[in-house]
Write a protein that binds this ligand. Structure first.
Ligand code: UDP
Ligand code: MG
Length: 345
């Protein structure tokens, strides 16, 4: 596939209330990728937008047969949108890319070049300069990568690498049907392994509209990443418990001997309170950590689909994109055939 000239690449473009940026994105990507344009396909995944995004995408479908739309029934989140894209195309490679032009389209050609000439399975963009992000975002992002890589023994995340990357069919096949509902895509990409190559780039500001991620969403995203790739937070409590138990035992021996040999002292109100409060909060934190995992187990065992597709439109027959005949058909079991679903149980 990489040796001859017929290859197809699907751009997976999650869209959530992006009417201000879609047209600019389409025009800019078409312009800079012109020499390779015929190999590309624009797969817009509308993640429950409530603005005019869908109308704009439909307009593009009329104009250009390379454009396709996967329309979700509601907002399922960016990770679900990328998953839907991975499962719906049959092209030789995909490139998940943000619609706000923060992932520079010129890199698409570099990605394709590295992929075709050197055969890397994944070519990702590395954000070399994050000075345009706020100080807080850079600081917290740095902490996240450090904590994630400390806790996750086998899967390591490269720092400052987003979802913007080219992924070869081999990698797509390895990850697209992973059954987990928690779709921390960066982690899942890293989990797959294969050969990787990083291309540094400067991340520009948004071309229009506003960011869909606030600090609360990012915090939860970080927790998702850590709790779905590491069980270390569950284990530290037994070590902490053992340590505190040992100290308590030594203290107990001390108190009992003191009482026996020196008689009853004035009651130690302060130390008792301190011990109760400290242990109480340690217990609450550890129950909270258990809760994080139990909550995730709960979501997983329900086996609900990761997304529901309302309809699929556009795309070229014969190109990478799989067309689905019936409305909502692929969404019912997350895009897999019923047999596959049954086998996993
Ligand atoms: N997005 C989405 N669903 C969501 C939130 C975001 O599909 O619930 C899309 C959004 O339309 C954009 C991409 O994910 O194409 C990245 O979002 P954004 O630019 O807001 O994130 P940031 O660059 O600020 O991290
Ligand atoms: Mg953005």
């Amino acid at each position: 596939m990489k040796d001859h000239d017929s290859y197809t690449i699907s751009l997976l473009i999650p869209v959530y209330n992006e009417e201000a940026t879609i047209m600019k994105f389409y025009e800019e990507v078409s312009r800079v990728t012109a020499p390779e344009g015929e190999h590309l396909e624009f797969v817009f995944i509308n993640d429950g937008s409530s603005d005019g995004s869908v109308a704009i995408i439909r307009e593009l479908i009329k104009r250009d047969s390379r454009v396709a739309l996967i329309n979700f029934s509601r907002n399922f989140g960016k990770e679900s949108a990328v998953t839907a894209g991975l499962r719906s195309v049959k092209s030789d490679a995909v490139i998940p890319i943000d619609v706000d032009l923060q992932d520079p389209p010129e890199l698409i050609l570099t990605f394709i070049k590295e992929w075709r000439e050197h055969g890397y399975h994944t070519v990702y963009g590395v954000r070399a300069d994050r000075t345009r992000d706020s100080f807080m975002k850079r600081l917290t992002a740095g902490w996240f990568y450090r904590i994630f890589n400390m806790l996750s023994a086998k899967v390591k995340l490269p720092e400052n690498v987003g979802d913007f990357r080219l992924i070869d069919r081999k990698v797509i096949d390895a990850i697209k049907d992973l059954p987990e509902r928690d779709r921390f895509m960066k982690g899942i990409f890293a989990w797959a392994g294969f050969t990787c190559y990083g291309v540094p780039y400067e991340r520009p500001a948004r071309s229009g509209g506003s960011s869909k991620f606030n600090y609360w969403k990012l915090w939860n995203f970080a927790l998702d990443g850590i709790f779905s790739f590491s069980s270390a937070p569950l284990l530290i409590w037994s070590y902490l418990g053992a340590f505190l138990g040992l100290i308590s035992a030594i203290y107990m021996v001390y108190i009992i001997s003191k009482t026996i040999f020196l008689g009853v002292d004035t009651p130690g109100y302060a130390s008792t309170m301190a011990a109760i409060l400290f242990l109480g909060s340690v217990q609450l934190i550890s129950i909270g950590v258990l809760g994080e995992y139990i909550g995730r187990i709960f979501m997983e065992v329900k086996r609900r689909p990761i997304y529901v597709i309302n309809e699929i439109e556009g795309g070229r027959s014969g190109a990478g994109f799989i067309r689905s005949g019936e409305k909502g058909e692929r969404g019912a079991n997350g895009g897999r055939d019923p047999e596959a679903g049954r086998k996993e149980q």
